[in-house]
Design a protein. Sequence first.
Length: 459
Amino acid sequence: MSLHNPLDFGAVGDGKTDDTAALQAAIDTCSAGGGGRVLLAAGKTFRAGSLVMKSNVELHLEAGAVLQASPNPADYPRKLYAGALTGGAVDETHPGESLFITAEGAENIAFTGLGVIDGGGRFFVQEDLGYIYKMKPQRPFTFCLFGCRNVTFRDLTIRDGALWTVRLSGCDDILIDGIRILNDLKLPNSDGIDLDRCRNARLSNCHIISGDDCIVLKTCQETAAWGDTCENIVVSNCTLMSTSIALCVGVECRAPMRDIIFDSCVIRGSHRGVAVRLGEGSDVENVIFSNMVIETRRFHPAWWGSGEPICVSAVPWDSERGIGRVRNIRFVNLLCRGETGVYLEGWTPDRVQDILFENVQIELARHSKWPGARYDRRPCPADWANDLEAGFLLQPTDGFCLRNAQNVTLRNCAVRWGKNPAQEYRHALSSRGVSGLELENFRGQAAFPEQYQAIFTQD
């Protein structure tokens, strides 16, 4: 294998010198020579601005090596920007965000080794608001790859992301195995892994802590040129903690998302556990969540969520985006413990169809100071939400809360309440506007059985 050491191209590796040019020269030379490995040596900290990966290059960090994102915004060229937080628009009013490590149309690229890639999120904090940071503008994506094929991430530790940590848009044939993503839980939008319009991805054996979704699938508006679906995705054997959702499909959905499996994951201390959240005009179908332990809690309302272990929603982000359909979703063999139960809601009943809960156990108990008796619909049209300003559906908490759906089956499911249930807790199951509801061996009683029925239904 051809080896290329950035130190031979003038890098210093002291954590202070700007090594961008030397690192880029090593990558370019490696690719131009037919490919090989760019080796970052142990004991060195390489500080850089935007780096562009090239085909047939493996960026390998030895144990003890650090690749550090520059704290200087000027080190990220304006031509290498992408949108993230405004529906994908990049224009004069929404100039987008900078990129640390990027590639466009590259093939056979890999990021490997036991070293550390540091996204420098701490450099882009403007103010600590207590439970969430206010961030400076134009913070960098740690990784942002467009239209690449045969992409591998293996063994790395990626820490302190300033925005989405690993963003892959329109990529095909992806392997992510054994990486750690360790972000600040107070840093908003520090997603772990975002697969946007990607196909044929395998994610396994990862440990992710993030101040937004740990692993999320989406089809963004701005990346339409890179692909027309997000499909054939398998996620397995991960441990996850999030100030938002641990495993999520949506909210962005401008093209279909389908044929997706999440299996054998453990989720702790998250604002939501697993979710399918459709907020735009295309469809989500054929998704399985299986064999998981999920623990959730409520948190400060600056973060979306209400402590639901499972959330399914099809609610338009705003009045202009429309809403597609969620169908053929399976939740199988899930042990859930949290402050809120399952929340399922469609904009209209035909927007959520054919949902199965099988061997799902829900245990509810209050243990935080944050208010309950609310389900978080955000993002949603403000004039539709029960609380016009905050976007919450305000009602007592049930084990399963089902609203506006078709053909929902609960098979061998159970609801349990902790000792001394909170006054906001009500029914084991409530169903409003759901046709084709089937209960097979459902077990559970109301939190206060002398006051409320176990199962409440309303057409």
